[in-house]
Design a protein around this ligand. Structure first.
Ligand code: SF4
Length: 374
């Protein structure tokens, strides 16, 4: 396979584990499994929306994808180039450390951009919009004259509806609304001509009407700039909107693992993982009728430093059987472009002969006793 056949980004069996001090001053440390054994491939001009509840590892995975977080295991490749090997070459004092066929880390950095959840805190309050946008252009396109930089910045401000551009260019962040700040952050990312933009909950702080406007704008510009997006969202309804318009995919994360991924209509209309059904239940506008009880056996979210044995969802899953507490379901193909990590997706799995894992079963009581002892 030559470099041109490689996907834009490949995340292969990636783990991100953090050491964290135990609470209450009891000393020692524990390992938080923020991301565990996740594989994901993103081609050119693709859109993937990662969805999951708070603390499921979606932001950590997103930052790992754009080379802002070094994984503790597995590999991240940009166009076939191992990102962290390129970083090692860049940091090396040996002038011959860079192989001639290696993509320089600097180039990878430019190609993978991020828009943060809170643009207000990522824009420097002492800089005008023009200085904020001029800075990266000076760094990455040093051949542009001041007039060319200004023309490009004003053109982009016009393009995102910040007109008259000359007026907006001279404003400071506090003179902009939340939606305008978010547009500046988007322009800053696009001026780098990136291949992939990580949009980390970048619309969640906006009003509903502005949210739709911003999602539409981002997708319009995706076409124009031929950019891929990795969106992070806790809201399945927003994920559906974005992925439907872009003909993209939705990936569902639970407790550090990617548990289901596929085309938007399949994930929304026919979720295969019981946790995807929980997210759907929590998004009333995606349900045809109101269902009062959540499809969960327990509301307790397990500790990511001490994830449950077997399937990590088994203590909450209404479909759990004895085998789910003992064996870990791997992600497997369950259709064209679709993968899920649940034994129920396999017709001949021993799951179907296993006993249901009801509330108060011996195994549940043992698990609860363990967590109390911890
Ligand atoms: Fe539920 Fe078992 Fe599937 Fe896990 S493997 S999601 S516990 S049915």
């Amino acid at each position: 396979m030559n470099a041109n056949d490689e996907p834009l980004l490949s995340i292969e069996n990636v783990n991100v584990h953090f050491k964290s001090s135990k609470l209450m001053g009891l000393g020692g440390s524990e390992t938080v499994h923020a991301v565990d054994d996740v594989s994901l491939s993103i081609p050119e001009n693709d859109v993937v929306v990662l969805v999951g509840e708070s603390g499921c590892g979606k932001t950590t995975l997103g930052k790992t994808a754009v080379a802002l977080q070094r994984p503790t295991g597995g590999t991240v490749k940009y166009r076939g180039q191992n990102v962290w090997e390129a970083k090692r070459s860049a940091d090396s004092l040996n002038p011959f450390a860079n192989r001639s066929d290696e993509i320089p880390f600097k180039e990878i950095r430019r190609s993978l951009q991020i828009i943060h959840q809170d643009p207000g805190s990522s824009l420097n309050s002492n800089y005008t919009v023009e200085s904020t946008l001029e800075d990266p252009l000076k760094r990455w396109q040093s051949d542009l004259s001041k007039e060319d930089r200004q023309a490009r910045i004003h053109g982009m401000l016009d393009r995102v509806g910040m007109t008259p551009a000359e007026d907006y260019a001279n404003r400071y962040p506090h003179q902009l609304s939340g939606g305008e700040q978010q547009r500046v952050a988007l322009v800053r990312a696009l001026l780098m001509n990136p291949d992939l933009i990580l949009a980390d909950e970048s619309i969640s702080a906006l009003d509903v009407s502005l949210r739709v406007e911003m999602m539409d704008l981002m997708l319009e510009l995706q076409d124009l700039f031929n950019t891929s997006y990795l969106f992070i969202s806790h809201n399945l309804s927003n994920a559906k909107y974005i992925a439907s318009k872009a003909d993209g995919r939705i990936g569902i994360m639970y407790l550090g693992e990617l548990v289901e991924i596929g085309p938007v209509d399949q994930i929304i209309e026919d979720p295969q993982h019981p946790y995807t059904q929980v997210l759907k239940w929590a998004t009333p506008d995606l349900l045809s009728k109101n269902v009062e009880e959540p499809p969960l056996r327990s509301l307790d979210v397990p500790d990511p430093a001490n994830p449950p044995s077997g399937c990590r969802f088994h203590n909450r899953c209404p479909e759990a059987r004895e085998v789910c507490a003992k064996k870990h379901p791997e992600m497997r193909e369950t259709g064209s472009e679709r993968r899920a990590a649940c034994f129920r997706a396999e017709d001949d799995h021993e799951y179907w002969d296993s006993e249901p894992l009801g509330e108060g079963s011996e195994r549940d009581q043992a698990t609860e006793a363990d967590s109390v002892a911890d």
